[in-house]
Design a protein around this ligand. Sequence first.
Ligand code: COA
Length: 164
Amino acid sequence: MKSGDPKNIAVYPGSFDPVTSGHIDIIQRAKPFFYSLHILVAENPSKSTLFSIDERVEMIKSATSAEKNIIVSSFSGLVVDYARKVNAKAIVRGLRAVSDFDYEFQMATMNRRLAPDIETIFFTTRGKFFYISSSMIKSIAQNGGDISSFVPESIEQKIINKFK
Ligand code: COA
């Protein structure tokens, strides 16, 4: 399927608490392969988040406002159910270190079991974002450190303000 085919749809799910420059890098690199990319802020009941679902959606929207055919939404069920709802053929995930592999492999395998017609596609994280995580960024911001090279400029102040 060509990237220009409107049926070529993918979903990039995550907690995005908050979205980081590493996530944005994955979005920018995945986007050319698809006609549209849904960024899905998924509820993960096992994670307590700093930002509400609406705040996380808004932060991604502001960080991706220059990108075409990016749809940002939230969902509280299974990722594969959302993917089916929007007719997505693929789930995009970013892989950082080897430590991500077990979890990602399990999740991709389970998602394939639940929805054999939807493929998970991995993008390896660019070296400079290899060690970034949302938790680390929150910890740096909470302690007054500089997060400017780890998060999109449009959301930096929002993160800092959260700890004021
Ligand atoms: N750059 C920077 N950080 C990255 C990154 C990248 N490219 N890729 C992942 N991360 C970090 C995130 O910042 C996050 O850090 P944190 O743990 O400090 O918050 C961590 O990696 C993992 O986050 P994320 O990619 O958002 O995954 P998750 O484990 O929070 O959520 C879901 C994964 C939402 C996709 C999963 O829980 C899910 O599918 N939920 C819906 C229910 C469902 O379908 N279940 C069946 C699945 S088998």
